[in-house]
Design a protein around this ligand. Structure first.
Ligand SMILES: [Zn+2]
Ligand SMILES: [Zn+2]
Length: 253
């Protein structure tokens, strides 16, 4: 499989996963134009994309889905509650229901949804399996057992590292927003994310892509510093930071 994080952060999230020239998107939270441009910039044809899987209804995860699905005539997959909570696509024919905790085979890959803790109607994360396992887990208030289990046996992990607690505390967000971000249904801090990987990752983990960094309450260097503790382990992954404005490298596993 190949994976590229086309965009990640509160301004939009989109993950591209491909097997044998057939691909899916996990979330389409940037515009169709941006998705197309970024795919071309990494040498990929948007026509490779055969389906979009949605994690939850927040706009930074869905705002490009409607236009992209209709333009390329491809299905959008989401749980029933998520479908009912937002306008995923103006043509209902493109909307497909999946269950939370279901595995569907699509493009020759097994795509598994599972619950996460976040303030949304039915938020899910996804595992993508071929011979190897990719886990994409962002927008998580805390590292619940599902997160712990998948950190333990994935080959490539895109894991939220949303905020630095000091930057959040000293920043300009209103009090209620700070409280929500820190809560169990908000986002995962750099320190909690690093601790989770330190305590639970195995020698299987080859790549760790820090994801959904806050623009205002984090910085790639600050996030990376938190993960230095992984060097105390016997084996540790290569660590990358995904960005808002440009795609990551293409990771092959
Ligand atoms: Zn988000
Ligand atoms: Zn969210």
């Amino acid at each position: 499989m190949e994976i590229c994080v086309l965009a990640s952060g509160s301004s939009g999230n989109c993950f591209y996963i491909e097997k044998n020239n057939n691909a899916i998107l996990i979330d389409a939270g940037i515009s169709t134009k941006q998705i197309v441009n970024r795919l071309f910039s990494i040498g990929k044809n948007p026509l490779n994309v055969k389906g979009i899987f949605i994690t939850h209804e927040h706009s930074d995860h869905i705002k490009g889905a409607d236009v992209f699905a209709r333009k390329f005539k491809i299905p959008i997959f989401a749980t029933g509650k998520t479908i009912d909570s937002c306008n995923l696509c103006s043509n209902e024919d493109f909307i497909n229901k999946i269950r939370n905790n279901e595995t569907v085979n699509f493009c020759g890959m097994d795509i598994e949804s599972f619950s996460k803790s976040h303030r949304a109607v039915d938020p899910v994360s996804f595992n993508i399996y071929d011979k190897k396992k990719i886990s994409i887990m962002t927008d998580i208030g805390y590292a619940c057992q599902n997160v712990v289990d998948n950190v333990g046996n994935s080959d490539l992990l895109c894991l939220e590292s949303n905020y630095d607690p000091e930057m959040l505390k000293n920043g300009g967000y209103p009090h209620f927003l700070k409280k929500w971000i820190e809560s169990d249904i908000g986002h995962l801090s750099n320190g909690d994310s690093a601790k989770c990987v330190f305590e639970n990752s195995s020698s299987k983990l080859k790549y760790l892509v820090l994801s959904h960094l806050s623009k205002n309450n984090n910085h790639p260097d600050v996030a990376m510093r938190s993960f230095q503790l992984l060097k105390k382990k016997n084996s540790f992954p290569k660590i990358f930071v995904s960005e808002r404005e440009r795609p990551t490298a293409i990771f092959k596993i």
